[in-house]
Design a protein around this ligand. Structure first.
Ligand code: 9D3
Length: 243
């Protein structure tokens, strides 16, 4: 999978490219990450990438021309027909289903905005999709781009996260995770629930399903309203609500 990132802060991309699953996938050649800095595509002596907004107001706006040239350079290196995605608070919310879908593609060009925003004509002419990662204000699109690449890369065959993510998706999909415990059996913060030491796989599954469902109900009820419950889950939930 090929990722091209257009950013005024290329150094923000380097941490991810050396560490963890993402870093290893880059080393192994399963992923490629190319960074394009609009400042390298300016024509003036001051290498200007932003200017004041027409109509007035606070802050600066990223100019069309350096961005357009940087995206063209990215297109020249990218596989044919690579989608251009703008990371933006005005985008649609990026979620797991989109990450899985995009992992089947050959790559993405991700544009990171800075300042108050980007000249709308650049978006009209060069951007296919806009994604936000959530309803909070960040300083730019760089961290969102890293989030999106991490979420997608985990599903690309050959990245180390692939086997693990398949486990994630198999059964308790759509609910929060169940609690995890490891040795020792006793710590100063208490002991491990007996059922996990019982060796009874059916009881262990039942316990985990119940815990997952209970936490989801308590912490993220929004996840349950969007999900069709199985008969077993419905019974468990009724029991959790009215024991
Ligand atoms: C103070 C500036 N804002 C007015 C409320 C507008 C604004 C402009 C630029 C807010 C954030 C940003 C920079 N953020 C992103 O580029 C961004 C982002 C985000 O802030 N939150 C969640 N997802 C994303 S994707 C890109």
């Amino acid at each position: 999978m090929w990722f091209g990132v257009v950013t005024l802060f290329p150094e923000l991309m380097t941490a991810a490219s050396t560490a963890g699953v993402f870093g290893r996938a880059l080393e192994q050649g399963v992923l490629t990450l190319d960074v394009f800095n609009p400042r390298d595509y300016t024509a003036d002596r001051h290498r200007t990438v932003d200017d004041k907004p027409y109509g007035g107001g606070a802050g600066m706006v990223m100019m069309h021309e350096p961005l357009a040239r940087a995206v063209q350079a990215a297109r020249d290196s990218a596989p044919a027909d690579t989608p251009v995605v703008m990371m933006s608070p005005q985008g649609s919310r990026f979620a797991q289903a989109e990450a899985v879908r995009r992992s089947a593609g050959t790559g993405l060009i991700l544009i990171c905005g800075r300042y108050e925003g980007v000249d709308e004509r650049f978006i009209d002419a060069h951007v296919d999709l806009q994604w936000s990662i959530g309803d909070y204000v960040l300083s730019g699109g760089e961290l969102p781009a890293l989030v999106v690449m991490d979420a997608i890369a985990r599903h690309v065959p050959g990245t180390l996260g692939n086997a693990q993510s398949n486990i994630d998706e198999s059964h308790l999909d759509g609910t929060l995770d169940y609690p995890h415990y490891t040795r020792p059996e006793e710590t100063s913060a208490g002991s491990v629930p007996d059922v996990l030491l019982s060796g009874d796989h059916a009881r262990v599954s039942e316990y985990r399903r119940r815990e997952a469902l209970q936490r989801t109900f308590e912490r993220r009820p929004d996840l349950l309203t969007r999900r069709i419950l199985t008969g077993a889950e419905r019974n468990l939930l009724e029991d959790i609500c009215d024991p």
